[in-house]
Design a protein around this ligand. Structure first.
Ligand SMILES: [Zn+2]
Length: 135
């Protein structure tokens, strides 16, 4: 169980969920195909990133809901509806972009929490992390 929690928390810190490597990003929006340290293949199946989309949608709506309801409660009865509308629109546009990388590694961590790497995935990761023969 602690391995699963470790994988989840590594993912939530934008690291490789399998080994904890930080440098898994080719650019801000592009995750490497495999972890450069442990060789783990990040995409486990077709449509894999639907889970990351779900993570970012849930996060965005939680932030939006907290700001909207918090704003209402703090300013009641003179709620600044226009300000809350603008803040909501901005949050719904900005949060998914800013937290995009986080959503992917968090999804990988969640996925590995519920479905740990199989023996085949472990063997492929080890093989991919070895230097090529003859070098
Ligand atoms: Zn790794």
């Amino acid at each position: 169980m602690s391995d699963r929690i470790t994988r989840l928390t590594r993912g939530m810190r934008k690291r490789c969920a399998r080994c904890g490597e930080r440098d898994v990003w080719a650019s801000f929006f592009e995750l490497e195909e495999r972890c450069p340290r442990c060789g783990y293949l990040f995409v486990r199946e077709d449509g894999y990133w639907v889970g990351a989309m779900t993570v970012i949608i849930v996060l965005t709506e939680l932030v939006f809901g907290a700001v909207f309801v918090g704003g209402m409660l703090l300013t009641w009865p003179d709620v600044p509806w226009t300000g809350l509308l603008i803040a909501g629109l901005v949050l719904n546009a900005v949060v998914p972009v800013v937290f995009y990388p986080w959503s992917k590694t968090t999804w990988i961590g969640l996925d590995l929490f519920f479905s740990p790497p199989t023996a085949v995935e472990e063997a492929e990761s080890i093989a991919a992390s070895q230097p090529p023969d003859g070098s």
